[in-house]
Design a protein around this ligand. Structure first.
Ligand code: ARG
Length: 265
């Protein structure tokens, strides 16, 4: 039940380039506010009884706070990230090193993939996004490396450039998602797989409400996603709202800041 998360303090956070439509370098971002909000997220996890490990932030990597992108860890095995944009390139080896130094079996990826940003693990399958960042060939590679079936889903709206901005696993079996972020074929797949899914509104998706973290009982979600919070409560979930508005200026929310270390011995 308690989860193990890897996070990275946003000591060098900033909006210094634009690799997604949320980022406006000319408007900048307040690092102190980002750190305070990030501390709030870390505290929320700890109060829920989850374990948080930290990776040292690196000067010059302003997006390194978005730990979800650093790797995919399933059954204690690590499939490393290979970033689409050179601005974030060095984060891949940095995260991989964190795991290898601690003795995790780790694979360097051959294909472009942004870790848990585009790979979301359910009980039976891994849902994998493509269209903006992660190469569909990486879906095959992850399946081969991790021995879990991988279902490819195509993202079509540039605001929802990672799967974790458009879909959130609620437990091992059900999800919340924003249908309009997906190709028609992928929407049909999602309808078939998750007939009881929580469907998010454009307003909820537009504040990165789906970039949430659920442990199956509690859902940590952006405070502004009010419809989604109501619907989750109606379904019996405990909702923990957090304010990560400063990190949203880089296109990230709670899930982006959180890499789940799954299934260690
Ligand atoms: N600025 C970062 C990027 O565009 C944000 C990453 C958000 N991470 C996520 N898991 N969606 O790469």
């Amino acid at each position: 039940m308690p989860k193990h998360f890897l996070m990275c303090r946003p000591d060098f956070f900033g909006v210094e380039y634009a690799i997604n439509p949320w980022m406006h370098p000319e408007a900048g971002a307040d690092r102190d506010v980002a750190v305070r909000q990030w501390e709030g997220l870390k505290t929320a996890y700890e109060e829920l009884g989850h374990r948080v490990s930290l990776i040292d932030p690196i000067d010059g990597l302003p997006d390194m706070v978005f730990a979800a992108n650093g790797a995919l860890v399933v059954d204690g095995r690590v499939y490393g990230a290979r970033f689409a944009y050179p601005e974030r390139g060095p984060e891949g080896p940095a995260y991989l090193r964190w795991f290898t130094e601690r003795g995790y079996p780790a694979h360097e990826a051959q294909y472009v993939n942004e870790g848990e940003g585009d790979f979301l693990t359910m009980n039976e399958v891994i849902l994998a996004g493509t269209g903006f960042r992660t190469d569909v060939a990486a879906h095959q590679e992850a399946q081969e490396r991790l021995g879990r079936p991988v279902i490819s889903l195509t993202l079509t709206d540039p605001r929802f450039y990672h799967l974790d901005t458009a879909l959130c696993p609620l437990d091992g079996h059900n999800v919340a998602y924003y249908p309009e972020a997906f190709s028609p074929g992928s929407r049909t797949v999602l309808c078939r797989m998750f007939p009881d899914a929580v469907l998010a509104t454009a307003e909820d998706a537009g504040v990165l409400g789906l970039n949430a973290v659920s442990d199956g009982v509690n859902v940590v979600v952006n405070a502004e996603a009010s419809n989604l919070q109501l619907e989750l409560k109606r379904r019996g979930y405990e909702v923990i709202p957090v304010d990560l508005s400063e990190l949203r200026k880089a296109g990230g929310g709670p899930k982006c800041c959180t890499l789940e270390i799954r299934g260690e011995n």
